[in-house]
Ligand binder design. Structure first.
Ligand SMILES: O=C(O)c1ccccc1N[C@@H]1O[C@H](COP(=O)(O)O)[C@@H](O)[C@H]1O
Length: 219
């Protein structure tokens, strides 16, 4: 008997209200992302993040997204959010990723910005330490945010690359392109923020549902 591949796993990032968190859970998201980075339009204070995380407990894996956090912020966010996964989306070195993983005892996902195939050179050092790798479009030099910019990268860069199991794809994904992205990359997990919004930071329940359905239909 031929077994079918597992369904694509989906992360909806940057949820900041109870209504949109519920929409993500009802759509069947595997991970819900809570951004704690004040420059982001999706930033949630730790008290809000704690409340949203509590609503999702047992229904989806809860991710706290941090950018170059110091030890105090790492400790405070883990204490508040009780995350199943810590997403590091800054310029954290492999040593820093390892230190955060050791300090928190939580699985860590390291985001790598990709613009050219040369950007994959950093991958092995992070893959040896992180529990999961996230490949995102590299932010432009003048961007205010290191991610969440709604930009995609050329997925052909990944052709033939040795990617660790569980590698997640993000960057400019939406319901219209996610199936193509999955087919072209062969990856089994995706992350989206801007592509399920009507304006920066404003998530849309219908777009969330459409994205999850499109991702699952694609695999
Ligand atoms: O979403 C944000 O505001 C954000 C801020 C800082 C770092 C990363 C951020 N989001 C992550 O960026 C990627 C791509 O997002 P998009 O779909 O292109 O908008 C995604 O992995 C988010 O988790």
């Amino acid at each position: 008997m031929v077994s079918s591949p597992p369904p694509t796993r989906v992360k909806i990032c940057g949820l900041s209200t109870e209504a949109t968190l519920t929409a993500a859970l009802e759509a069947g998201a595997d991970w819900i992302g809570l951004v704690h980075f004040p420059r982001s339009p999706r930033h949630v204070a730790l008290a809000e993040a704690a409340a949203l995380s509590a609503l999702a407990r047992g229904r989806a894996e809860r991710v706290v997204l941090l950018v170059d956090p110091d030890d105090a912020l790492v400790a405070a966010s883990v204490e508040a959010v009780d995350p199943d996964l810590v997403q590091l989306h800054g310029r954290e070195s492999p040593e820093r990723v390892a230190a955060i993983r050791a300090r928190t005892g939580r699985p860590v996902m390291k985001a790598l910005g990709i613009a050219t195939s040369a950007d994959l050179a950093a991958l092995p050092a992070y893959a040896a330490i992180a529990d999961r790798i996230l490949l995102d479009a590299k932010a432009p030099p003048d961007a205010a945010l290191p991610g969440g910019n709604g930009l995609r990268f050329d997925w052909e860069i990944l052709r033939g690359a040795a990617l660790p199991p569980g590698t997640m794809l993000s960057g400019g994904l939406d319901a219209t392109n996610v199936a193509d992205a999955l087919a072209r990359t062969g990856l089994g997990a995706v992350d989206v923020s801007s592509g399920v919004e009507t304006a920066p930071g404003v998530k849309d329940p219908a777009k969330i549902a459409a994205f999850v359905a499109a991702a699952r239909g694609g695999r």
